[in-house]
Design a protein around this ligand. Structure first.
Ligand SMILES: [Zn+2]
Ligand SMILES: [Zn+2]
Length: 273
């Protein structure tokens, strides 16, 4: 699998010189395997992916949403393949998300707020239900897991060719969680070759942000090490942090568990899994 980060910022885009190294686009990750494409979330990062796909000509993509907060959907109206005949986009959603998803994507492009209606898009767009227990799409086996987030969110375990990517954004990981909750999280991470995970907060920031639905980087690092994860990519960076803050944090966090390869994802970065 090849994983490319198109948007790694949480909550709101952060353009400007102070964030040019990590980038300012909101959540979007592309996964390629055996010529098939999976897209995880449609934050503003999906716009640039769309430009590349448009240049390459008609293709098919599968799109999954962790949830429907703005930073995970707001790039979709600017995803050019949706406007073009010949492109196919299949949107899978867990049962609970399916009907709100169609409604929210339509509302996001309502006449009052956007010049083109969702119904007028020219691509072949299909909505499918991601069955309990998971689905197979091309080389991808995909399972959705319920997470802790205001309004709900889903993590996705994606396997292809014997490799495992676990995408877990907008999931609150409380360092003081009870043992069963902790064990559940470790079990969910277990066996992942790459864990792409929301680590928006530091442990010292968490008490003031309890209940906001995001991960604590130091805590995730411990859980991932316990679960035997091969490599961790921290994403959903706090919009209050600039490049210097993130570089410094990446350096100091790595030192805490040096045997666990960990990096902070950057817009435009690609890794083999
Ligand atoms: Zn988010
Ligand atoms: Zn959210």
């Amino acid at each position: 699998m090849r994983v490319k980060f198109w948007g790694t910022r949480g909550s709101v885009p952060t353009p400007g010189r102070a964030t040019e190294k990590f980038g300012g686009n909101t959540a979007c990750v592309e996964v390629l395997a055996e010529g098939h494409r999976l897209i995880l979330d449609a934050g503003t990062g999906i716009r640039e992916l769309g430009l590349v796909l448009t240049e390459e000509g008609p293709s098919a993509s599968v799109l999954l949403f962790s949830h429907l907060h703005w930073d995970h959907i707001q790039g979709l109206p600017f995803f050019t393949p949706l406007f073009l005949e010949g492109f196919q986009v299949t949107i899978y959603a867990p049962t609970q998300l399916r009907s709100p998803l169609e409604k929210v994507l339509n509302k996001q492009m309502a006449t009052e707020v956007f010049p083109v209606d969702f119904a007028d898009l020219s691509a072949d767009i299909r909505f499918e239900t991601l069955a309990e227990g998971g689905i197979t799409s091309g080389p991808f086996d995909i399972t959705a897991l319920v997470q802790e987030h205001p309004g709900g969110s889903w993590g996705y375990r994606v396997s292809a060719g014997g490799r495992v990517l676990y995408y877990s954004t907008d999931n609150e990981t409380d360092p003081e969680a009870s043992d069963p909750a902790r064990a559940r999280q470790v079990d969910a991470y277990r066996g992942a070759n790459l864990l792409v995970v929301d680590g928006q907060y530091r442990a010292s920031e968490y008490p003031a942000r309890r209940g906001w639905g995001h991960g604590v980087m130091e805590h995730i690092q411990l859980l991932a090490a316990e679960a035997g994860v091969d490599r961790v990519a921290i994403t959903h960076h706090d919009p209050m942090r600039d490049d210097d803050d993130l570089l410094e944090l990446e350096r100091s966090i790595r030192k805490a568990v040096p045997e666990l390869p960990l990096f902070f994802a950057r817009d435009g970065m690609a890794v083999e899994v």
